[in-house]
Design a protein around this ligand. Sequence first.
Ligand SMILES: Cc1cc2nc3c(=O)[nH]c(=O)nc-3n(C[C@H](O)[C@H](O)[C@H](O)COP(=O)(O)OP(=O)(O)OC[C@H]3O[C@@H](n4cnc5c(N)ncnc54)[C@H](O)[C@@H]3O)c2cc1C
Length: 468
Amino acid sequence: MKYNPLNMELLEELQLLLEIPVKYDQETLERYSKDETAELQAVIPEVVIFPLDTKEVSEVMKFANSHLIPVTPRGAGTGLSGGAVPVFHGIVMSLEKMNRILEFDAGNMMITVEPGVITGEIQKLADRHGLVYGGDPCSSESSSIGGNIAENAGGNKVMKYGPTGYHVYGLEVVLPSGEVTSLGGKMIKDVSGLDLIHLMVGSEGTLGIVTKITLRLLPKPKYSVALLVPFPDIDTAIAAVPKLMTGAGVVPTSLEFMDGSSIKAACSFLNIEFPYSDAGAHLIIEVEGSSKDSVFEDYVKLGESAIEAGGLEAFVADNRNTREKLWKARKSIAEALASVSPVHCMEDVSVPMANIPELIKTSEEIALNRNLEMIAFGHAGDGNVHVTFIKGDLDDSIWNETLPQALNELYSKTTELGGCISGEHGIGLKRKKYLASITDKAQLDLIRGIKKAFDPNYILNPGKIVDI
Ligand SMILES: Cc1cc2nc3c(=O)[nH]c(=O)nc-3n(C[C@H](O)[C@H](O)[C@H](O)COP(=O)(O)OP(=O)(O)OC[C@H]3O[C@@H](n4cnc5c(N)ncnc54)[C@H](O)[C@@H]3O)c2cc1C
């Protein structure tokens, strides 16, 4: 695909469409040239723009479509698959200034927001009204709701509430042509036409730009308790995941896994101590409910099942302070890792829950055979594990040669185990070549056909998911 560069004349035309000045100073261009994907190269855009409303987004898309200029939408830049990296330079469109809460509709338990709102703000606002927003990625304090929708972000409460897409009821979308369309609304049921909302969710900014979002909120459970269960080793902890749920007959809100190295990294990063900090692995299990008694009954059953499955002890965090401390440690693992090992590759392979032990075993073998360090943590309850390969002291050339081999093997084993190569971070740029190698032609053709129907000139976030 051949794109046009933004010459002086086009730049002036673009500026006339926007209230905030178009930025092209080196510092801004560099800041918007990458996301949080540690191992991807930055790509410098030609300009960065900050639209303030749907009209500006739409005008820019009409301009870009008619002049064949690539546009890369961007939320908060916390992505872990390179989705916001501008592969063909062009325009980076940051939605960060479209960050207003448009309506809080307590009666319908719905909230309507702009895409640049930080997810944690939605969680806090809902909480103040006795409601809950069920999306909870570990990056909730830094990622935007627009980015969460584009990636169908998962997180810590997927077992009970499902991923981001489960909460999305209405979307306003600017198409690559600049046309604006409204999908869904506040209806709980809607089968009028195709389910385009859930085609947009997870489309990684390749089909349209989300400019308004209506999310469903739920009643806030009155009580919640978290358990911290240390295990002697990773295998026992991982094998306990399905056992403890079937044993207790309870599906918890969260069931998170951290291996010994992740715990150590988080504790040293936060300067805190964990009980059994030398344990091989820990599980965090959270339950919520409307009465103290039902929550008590559930966590006792889960704690007993966990110990039967090999847990060393079950620590109960039943007040806000201790629960927050646990979650802070869990949520800081990625940051802790980045501070000690800036070059690493964090994966988010996803398999049916009962196959996690096999996945971890294979990942350990893959790392061992190639002298790579590996740590693992993640959303074990939904089969989504962050297997992370670490460069450590390896030479750059060995790391660059070894990593793709390790990923190829990891992805093919994941597929054999009935899983997929990304459970929540997306394909983006990082996994594009691997998706092509494990997906059948019929499906790749469908993805390409859908992209073409939305974006015949291939100007919106080109270079992502599949090659055209
Ligand atoms: C410390 C840390 C912890 C994380 N934990 C989790 C986790 O628990 N679960 C999880 O799922 N992810 C997690 N992530 C990954 C990341 O936070 C999510 O993918 C998040 O959804 C990205 O949101 P963002 O606003 O930063 O989007 P960006 O990174 O800016 O963009 C991501 C993608 O969305 C597109 N996009 C952004 N806004 C729009 C829009 N308005 N319309 C259309 N497309 C758009 C971009 O083009 C890009 O393809 C974590 C990341 C970090 C750094």
